[in-house]
Every structure is written in C-alpha cells, then in structure tokens.
Design a protein around this ligand. Sequence first.
Ligand code: GTP
Ligand code: SPV
Ligand code: MN
Length: 623
Amino acid sequence: MTLIADTAPSSTSGLVAPPEGATTRDVRAWVERVAALTRPDEVVWCDGSESSRAELVEVGVRAGTFIPLGEAQPDSYLVRSSEDDVARVEDRTYLACPDPADAGPTNNWRDPAEAEAELTGLFEGSMRGRTMYVLPFSMGPVGGAISQLGVQVTDSVYAAVSMHVMTRVGAESLALVEGGQPWVACLHTVGMPLVDADGNEVEDVAWPSNDVKHIAHFTQSREIWSYGSGYGGNALLGKKCFALRIASVMGRDEGWLAEHMLLIRVTSPQGKSYHVAAAFPSACGKTNFAMMQPTLPGWKVETLGDDIVWMRPGPDGRLRAINPEAGFFGVAPGTGYSTNPVAMKMLDAGGTVYTNVALTPDGDVWWEGKTKEKPELLTDWRGRAWTAADGAEGRKAAHPNARFTVAADQCPTLADDWDHPDGVPVDAVLFGGRRASNAPLVTQARDWEHAVFLGATLASEQTAAAEGPVGVLRRDPFAMLPFTGYNAADHWQHWLSLGESLGESRPEVFGVNWFRTDDDGSFIWPGFGENCRVLAWVVARLEGTAGAQDTPAGLLPELGDLVTGDLGMPEGALEKLFAVDPEAWGVEADDTEEFFTKFGDKLPSALTAQLTELRSRLDALKG
Ligand code: GTP
Ligand code: SPV
Ligand code: MN
C-alpha cells in the first residue's frame, strides 16, 4: 500500500486534522492512510459482537498474551505486562496545541507540527508483521445526546479486547461515524514490528512494547497518537486520552465537563435518592466508593460509574451526568472480600481480564488485600515463584497497580438505568485526596467560589497508578492533574462560569479525606462501607436537617451529627479527623500561593480572593 497522495503533505503523514474543507474525516480513507503508514499484514474491522470479542481472546491466547484461568475464574484470563510497562507514563504524555499557554504549567506541551513529524517517523512501519484492529466505538450510550464517538486502531490484541469491555465497540457506532458524525481519531501501536530494519523476521513476545513511549493529544484536531505502551490509560484510548483529555477540551469549548469522577445514587432510609459524583485521584478509592455496601441500616448505594463522568446542563437547568465507559478498569490490590465485597462478587462471576496479579497453583488469582491470609505458594505478577516467606519479606505477589477489566453490567450494585442516555441530575460533588494530615474527614464548601477553591487546591499522596515516587504529596487539582487537556487554571474558570450559569440549581460541593493517619501512621477512619456515614451527613446537608460549624477548612459537621457512636473509635479520634491546625494550614496556604503563582494571570481572581479569605480566617483562629 502507498500513502494516498492527495491528502498527504510531503513532510508528514497528513493524518492530523481532516482534509481541508471537510468537517469530519472519512473513516475508510483514514484507516487506509494509517495502514499505509504503519504497514500491518492485515486490517481487521471489529463489529463488537460477542463472537468477534471471543475470537480476539483466542488470538491473545495463541500469542501467549492471555493465560486462561481455572474453574474459580470462569471465562477469565491473566495478562502479564512487561516489567517496565505497568502504569501511565505522565512524563511522556503531552498536549500538542499551537499555544503552550493552552497546556499551562501542569501539562507537557509539544508543537503540533513537530510532534506530528516525530510520531509519523515512529509510526512508519510500526505494525509490520502484525494485525491492525479497527475499533469504532461510542463513549456513552450510542447516539446519546451527551455521548461521543471514536475510532481506535491498534496492533495490540490486549488493547482491542479491553476496548470491547470498556467502551461500546461495534457496527452501530461505525454507522454513525460513516453517517458524518464527528469522531475522535485514536491511533495506537505497541511500537514493536515483527520485521526489523533489514527485513528480517522478529520473534513476538507475550507483551510487546517499546522503551520509547509517546502519549500525544492533538487537542485542536481531536486526535490521539499513542506509541510504545500496551498498558491501561496509555493504550485503551477511549479512557483517559479521549474521555478526559480530549473531552475536557470539547467541554470547555461547548459548555460541559469531563471529570475524573465516580457516580452513584444514594438512597436514604426514608427512600429519598440523590446522585453524587466524586473526584478522587488515581487509586484513591473511586471504585471502592462506587460499589460501597453501606454499614448504616436502611441506606443503599447504587453504582453508575467508577472513574469518569461527563456532565452538562440539562433542559431543566440542572447538571446531568453520564458515565461514558462500559466497564471497570479497577485497582486489584486492596480490593478484597472485607473491603469491597461487591467488586469481589463481580470479579468471581467471570468474564474478567486480570493484569499483573498473582496466579495460584489451581488457576485462581490473588493480590495483596484480596484475603487476609497470604497463600503459601503463588506465581507472582512477573511469572516467578513466590512463597509466603517472600511475602513476609515484603516482595509483592501482585504489582501495586495490578488491575481487573470487567463489563459494568456484571456489577451486582449497578443501577438499572446506569446507561440511560440522558444521565442523572447531580445533587452533590465530592473532592477527595489521600492526605495523612490537614484535610478533614468531610467539609462542605461555603459557596460556589469556595467549591472551586476546594477542587483547585486538592492535593494527594502519589500512588502506583502512574510511574513515579509513591507517597509523595502533590497538588492534584480536581483529581485531574494528569488528565486536563488544557490549562488547569482555565479549567477552574470553566467551573466558575458553569456554576454561575447553573445558578441555584448547581450541586452542593464537599471535600472528603478517608486517609488521615494517627501518630503511628495508621488510618484513623475505618473507611470503605463506613464512608456511608459521611454520605449520610452530605444528604442531611442537602435536606437541611444538619447544622455545620464554619471553619477555615469550610463547613464542618457538628460532631454529634455524624453517626459514629457504634464504631468503637478511640477517645479523641473523631476530633483528630476534623482538627484544623492554624499553623499547618498556614503552611498549606503558602504552598497554595506558590502553586497558584505558576498560573500567572490565567489564575481566576475569585481563587486569589479565596486564598486571602482563608488566611484571614486562619489569623482570626490564631487570635
Ligand atoms: P483509578 O482507577 O486509578 O482512578 O483509582 P480508584 O480511585 O478507582 O481507586 P480504588 O477505588 O480502586 O482504590 C484503590 C486503593 O484505595 C485500594 O488499595 C483500596 O484499598 C484503597 N481504598 C479505597 N477506599 C478506601 C477507604 O475508604 N479507606 C482506605 N484506607 N483505603 C481505601
Ligand atoms: C487512573 O490511573 O486514574 C486509572 C487507570 O483509572 S488508567 O486507565 O491506566 O489511567
Ligand atoms: Mn482513574
């Protein structure tokens, strides 16, 4: 095959941006151009049917990528990635947009023409000897008013199978794409052709990848190019690349929001239901909260989403939310029968793809936190023998960012209407980080500007979800630090403006923190199902039945209003969860100022005013 001459500028592939004069790309011509560039042996269009998914899995099994599991895990597979391709690569993730100020100080930026030229060089022949899968998909119910379309090409059978679980792949989406609807172009290659530069055959491996990695977002032309990684958010392009980075840009331009949030419906013992969206950074408890089993009698939580929410003002003027995904790509370690029994039931039902977990001798899976007792003998996530003695020495059997991929409709607590195209009205939004100190268990924003301040100043200890140091506290505004497709300060302004236009019907906003620790480093709050106690207070505030104390951290519960009497917490523990130390908060304010300064005159003045107000409240507290 050769490049299609009339659409290919000489210097680059001509893949970025639709041909001049066209509002959307012609999908068949685009796929042809991609194939001409990457030169796969074969191009396979996926129709999303169960049989085509099963065929893909078969290909994966033959390649050694998918390891079939035993009886305890019906129709489920284990996949082991290479040891250096286990998480998102934030330092190699970038936005390609004309103005660097549009990326801002918290994103990596590349000039679009330079990025396209470099990527074109890398993609040239990158699929030789492999099959290129074409996956037309929808994020959100196909054809829904809040939904969006995409087409991913990939030479990874793991990515192709995972996209079938995580998005709506198939003929219906293709028909809309071919009918002229706009769609996001998603190119993915693992960057390991099976033919070398001299034309010699290269032997395949179970997890192909490349040391060189690029996760590139052309935010103007709504195009994603991902090179060199097969893992998660690097490779399942519907997820972070599209549904957060590209979609956040669409939302900025069109008046809606794409956020790193779970979505639930909580119903009180009185039978009143509310919808809560919550933004927590990666591996900070979204899946757990979304599948919570409330410990308080009479309360019910239904799952709508665990990672991404798209919200836009509906005809009634309220913010309406959908979960654009169709499956869960959840963190395995820490997910267990005691902490998240709903997730365990969902996984044990079968049809699950596990990545980087440990294998038991009888073909079951295990990870740290799945059960209290550690098994005697396992094969660890790297495929090596592991014994309880290794565990005692701290060698992990599963990678800390090991994941499960499972269809949403397997979740026992999934709401019946979870995929209604019009979504649900949002009553409350929570922002939460992993904070050993300062951040209270729960606080309510005083008003919308304070709400945006809570989001903008969110900080969290880093987890294994991305490469980098674990445990280090970093600013993670709106839990979107690695996911906002434009300048974070413009994102804050977007929230301020949208809140203004929503007026009285905007949601109430709260900050939460399950992770405050005692002097000995142990968590003070029991968390998991007990987090319903915080939800109950949120609902009481929505219903106007609970009071609050105004503090520099926001509106805190009257401690007697939070139902904790039966928890057997040690004396003084509750006070510790809500302590606002003016000295420590002063340091926090200085740190916030330093962070805000990075954004120069992009910083909304409402946030500067919030910081000034925080400081004067702290001064008043000091006396
Ligand atoms: P991403 O998929 O990376 O966006 O993460 P997530 O926010 O969905 O994370 P998840 O719910 O899978 O949580 C990951 C880790 O947080 C697990 O190790 C859990 O055990 C732990 N965790 C979740 N909820 C709580 C809680 O209430 N308290 C404590 N102490 N740990 C929690
Ligand atoms: C996260 O890191 O927030 C995830 C996993 O949800 S990934 O899809 O790999 O980004
Ligand atoms: Mn996430």
